[in-house]
Design a protein around this ligand. Structure first.
Ligand code: CU
Length: 241
């Protein structure tokens, strides 16, 4: 048992026994046994390395999956963020447009072909080109033109006189902070005594409004652009039987 004192058999066993045989045939050549042990150790180490490497590969593959998932997750998040940003970007104009009146409105609004009526504004002064209109009761197709060169105008028809118009104009002025740009100051469609309202027209712009006249009588129309009604931009609509 002296030939195998410990695990350090490769350095001690071969030198004394392999070089100086004492006559008796060795049961097993210590050198060969050392080689076998060495091969066994190498094999174990190899297996250990393979196991470790395989584990590392498994870990690497396992790590690849999360890496892929992590890559997908941000991509998905980015993809989800993109539409959100797009939606937000699209929502901004939509919200702005929603606060700005872009079409005629009011309980008198109607459709069909009726009596043609035209109205415009002075090119420079804050007045209508006609201070008074007269129309037969019924359906009316009003063509309204902003004849100004630099300011916006609109047209609002109310069931009442100047005092009623002033109240509706105040309701319109309250909308300036809610609506954006120069298209503000349009009264809500639900404003009391409002018969017909419309969006702001830019200089030179024209719009055709079809409405059903109220019962025969005298009504007031005016412009709700800030300051225009106060400046005298109003007129009367007389409805005849
Ligand atoms: Cu005006």
């Amino acid at each position: 048992m002296s030939w195998r004192p410990s695990g350090d058999s490769r350095s001690s066993a071969p030198s004394p026994l392999a070089s100086g045989p004492d006559g008796g045939p060795p049961v097993l050549d210590p050198a060969l046994q050392g080689l076998i042990i060495a091969a066994f150790v190498v094999g174990l180490v190899g297996l250990g390395l393979m196991a470790a490497f395989g584990g590392a590969l498994g870990t690497a593959q396992t790590g690849t999956a999360p890496t892929t998932a992590a890559a997908v997750a941000p991509t998905t998040a980015a993809a989800a963020a993109a539409p959100t940003a797009t939606t937000a970007a699209a929502a901004a104009p939509t919200t702005a447009a929603a606060g700005v009146v872009t079409a005629p409105f009011g309980p008198a609004l109607a459709t069909g072909t009726g009596t043609s009526l035209s109205l415009s504004t002075d090119p420079a002064q804050l007045v209508f080109d006609q201070p008074a209109l007269t129309v037969k009761s019924g359906l009316v197709n009003l063509t309204y033109t902003n004849g100004a060169t630099a300011v916006q105008h609109n047209l609002v028809l109310v069931n009442g006189d100047t005092t009623v118009a002033e109240a509706v104009n105040t309701a319109a002025a309250a909308q300036v902070t809610r609506q954006t740009g120069g298209a503000g100051s349009v009264p809500p469609a639900t404003t009391p005594n409002l018969l017909l309202g419309m969006q702001m027209l830019n200089p030179g712009e024209k719009a055709t409004i079809t409405f059903q006249t109220p019962p025969p009588g005298t009504y007031t129309f005016f412009c709700t652009f800030p300051g225009h009604f106060i400046a005298g931009m109003e007129g009367t609509l007389t409805v005849t039987p």
